[in-house]
Design a protein around this ligand. Sequence first.
Ligand code: GDP
Length: 296
Amino acid sequence: MFENLQERLGAILNGLTGRGALSEADVSAALREVRRALIEADVALDVVRSFTDRVREKAVGAEVLKSVKPGQMVVKIVHDELVEMLGAEGETIDLNAPAPVVVMMVGLQGSGKTTTTGKVAKRLSERQGKKVLMASLDTRRPAAQEQLRQIGEQVSVATLPIVANQGPVDIAKRAVQAAKLGGHDLVILDTAGRTHIDEPLMAEMADIKRTSNPHEILLVADSLTGQDAVNLAKSFDERVGITGLVLTRMDGDGRGGAALSMRAVTGKPIKLIGVGEKMDALEEFHPKRIADRILG
Ligand code: GDP
């Protein structure tokens, strides 16, 4: 794991002999390589900067133990700091509220919201025996509600019957009502996305939130999102208020820098990751694994 960075730092630092502590100059040289690794992993520039500042603080003056090489030591400091910034292991969707618990999925179009809604519903019904209802609030894309209905059939989870010409807020109200009447433990609201963040989208999300009182608002985001990750997470968090993140397409070639970017700007936990198109392709978030991947 991250031999690449280790090697690069080794070339810079391992020539140090006869000195007990890392100097400012040593650390600055090493951090240039760290910075490059993070940018290659698609971590947003603002986050790269605050991250390297934190590492600099820890590394300058640190005693180099005889048993490790300075390069290895800096890599360890970087790795530990990444894990800490990425957050705790074993986060889960919080269902600790009176039934029906409302879970709202938000995000841009194509980020994987509908797929993730199906995956989460399947997981909670199969693993925790929850009675789940799913509802698509996407009235903009004609096929969206039908797409969720088909996913529901596939994973054996109920979906709210489709009623023509209803707006998203009314569908949300109807879904919560139906979940109450039907004795469902939770209802997952799959909201509409847009190709980019705009005010009508945020206003719609805020309206849905106000009327359906969700216990969890999960931002579903494509892990291949590069420099836009910060903007995306910030906008949704400031305008709607999210409780957690789900990162999709972690099965792709990307190094997952968006995980660090989004976590860093919102402080909200990464609860799950999507690792494929199939309905079982959903995993818990392991900060160490993502840190390894970001370091390449
Ligand atoms: P939405 O517009 O946000 O609802 O996005 P969809 O759920 O319709 O997903 C868009 C596309 O991404 C679909 O083809 C999904 O199969 C695919 N997708 C979603 N999550 C993942 C994932 O974790 N990995 C991969 N490889 N594809 C995914």
